[in-house]
Design a protein around this ligand. Structure first.
Ligand code: ADP
Ligand code: ADP
Length: 227
């Protein structure tokens, strides 16, 4: 479990992005952070993999303070997916996905076999393997982003508005795919969105944040209070 314990983030310019946030993020479920732009969702997500350090408070992963763990070990246990996929433009789709296992010291063939298996899992046709990112649609690129994040089989996936830049029909397909992947692989997913409908559709638990980085609600979708 990831436990966020009274965490505050104050950026050097004085902006309080997250204000005394406490959250218990359950294992093997999708926890969605939702709220308006600027309410601290991305900052919260980035504190979980230590791209951003909290000013106060602690974050525990399976009971251990993440500050006490080597950052590389921590990040190896966490896949990260962002809005525009962040793919390596000069590498093929297959190589984009195989990069992480390669970095972990898997052999070339085993890494590529793993990449092909993942393309299949996220619904990408194998014929796309030799193409480059610019030759794919936005939705296909996001699928590559998800496959790459899954490549090393991390227990945790951090996803920052991964489907926000694609059109509604494609977005629905990606959401369905994520639910299917979650059912099969049972990852611990922390998913950031500003779209309440997406939060309700995907979330096992939904954390509603409000401007100023405060937590407004934390509940399963069916129990969220609307206002
Ligand atoms: P969200 O993901 O909900 O849009 P962010 O976490 O990106 O929110 O930002 C929360 C607040 O912190 C915003 O007011 C934003 O402008 C501010 N912020 C984000 N990153 C920085 C930074 N590096 N330096 C200063 N302020 C920042
Ligand atoms: P996102 O919300 O997806 O992080 P942004 O465009 O808000 O995208 O932020 C892009 C980058 O700028 C991030 O590294 C973020 O930390 C930084 N940033 C955001 N807001 C501010 C701010 N007010 N001052 C300084 N840096 C900021």
């Amino acid at each position: 479990m990831i436990r966020i314990d009274s965490v505050t983030k104050r950026y050097p310019d004085g902006t309080v992005a997250v204000d005394r946030l406490s959250l218990e993020i359950p294992d093997r479920a999708i926890t969605v952070l939702v709220g308006p732009s600027g309410c601290g969702k991305t900052t919260t997500l980035r504190m979980i993999n230590r791209m951003v350090e909290p000013s106060e408070g602690t974050i525990l992963l399976d009971g251990k303070d993440i500050q006490q763990q080597p950052v590389n070990t921590l990040r190896r246990s966490m896949g990260y997916v962002i809005q525009n996929a962040g793919l390596f433009q000069h590498r093929t789709i297959l190589d984009n996905i195989a990069t992480v296992p390669r970095l972990l010291g898997w052999g070339k063939e085993r890494s590529r076999a793993r990449a092909r298996e993942l393309m299949d899992r996220v619904g990408l046709d194998g014929t796309l393997a030799r193409r480059y990112p610019y030759q794919l649609s936005g939705g296909q690129q996001q699928r590559v982003g998800v496959a790459r994040a899954l490549a090393a089989d991390p227990p945790v996936l951090l996803m920052d508005e991964p489907f926000s830049a694609v059109d509604p029909v494609v977005r629905k397909g990606l959401q369905d795919e994520l639910l299917r992947i979650q059912e099969e692989l049972a990852k611990t997913i922390v998913f950031v969105t500003h779209d309440i409908d997406e939060a309700v559709k995907l979330g096992t638990m939904v954390a509603v944040m409000r401007t100023g980085g405060r937590l407004a609600q934390f509940a399963p979708p069916a129990e969220l209070l609307t206002d």
